[in-house]
Design a protein around this ligand. Structure first.
Ligand code: C5J
Length: 222
């Protein structure tokens, strides 16, 4: 069984039961004019993980392993958007309002689509999710169970919001999760650091972390 040196201890997995999850690599989070910028965030903090995720996607594709992409977005009629979420943070433009890349965080609009560097290829599962948790109100768990996926390599933005929430919810459903340390970023670098520590504390209470190089080296050696 392949084993990867990881924190807090080696991560073991069966190659037939592993998938890469790329969380919310969308224009609305990564590019100017989107949702994240409307909340006053510094977008430069989340740019480094983009190349790392692209490299991991290439390696998983080369190895013939599944990749799942999530995007946080809402239905055009806003029926899945709680009022509290729309009003939270008092942003300049709210979810559903028109922005430079179409309506903010609305499925099908330019802003809710993936950045080109991390876009899905045909055949890869795309999960549109209304919440932070990729399992909430989606088919993700059913999809993974059908394919006997037990191990998730997790990447994406932002570390302490959708990434951490999804990893915790995956852990509660029995998945062994490895968060790629340089494959995730936060608008607040100190939140990223503390999240990695919190997830792996207490004997890996939520899961494991490792740098992308170890994942890439292992896939290359298969
Ligand atoms: C938010 C996310 N809202 N993808 N989403 O920060 O982490």
């Amino acid at each position: 069984m392949p084993t990867l040196e990881a924190t807090p201890f080696p991560y073991e997995f069966d190659i037939d039961h592993i998938a890469l999850i790329c969380i919310d690599m969308q224009r609305d989070f990564c590019l100017p004019g989107g949702f994240a910028e409307s909340l006053g965030n510094d977008l430069s903090n989340i740019q480094p993980c983009i190349k790392v995720i692209a490299d991991l996607q290439a390696a998983f594709r080369k190895a013939g392993l599944p990749i799942i992409h999530t995007k946080e977005c809402h239905k055009p009629d806003l029926s899945d958007l709680p009022t509290a979420k729309r009003n939270r943070g008092n942003p300049k433009i709210k979810i559903g309002d028109m922005g430079p890349m179409g309506r903010i965080l609305i499925d099908g609009e330019e802003g809710s689509d993936f950045i080109l560097d991390n876009a899905p290829l045909e055949g890869e599962l795309v999960i549109s999710k209304p919440g932070k948790d990729a399992f909430y109100d989606t088919i993700l768990h059913e999809y993974l169970m059908k394919r006997n996926i037990s191990n998730l390599v997790i990447t994406g933005v932002t570390t302490e919001v959708c990434v951490q929430t999804t990893m915790r919810c995956a852990n509660d459903r029995g998945y062994d999760c490895l968060l790629v340390e340089d494959g995730t970023d936060s608008f607040f670098p100190e939140f990223k650091e503390v999240t990695l520590r919190a997830l792996t504390a207490q004997g890996g209470i939520v899961g494991w972390t490792a740098p992308s190089k170890r994942v890439l080296d292992l896939l290359a050696a298969l």
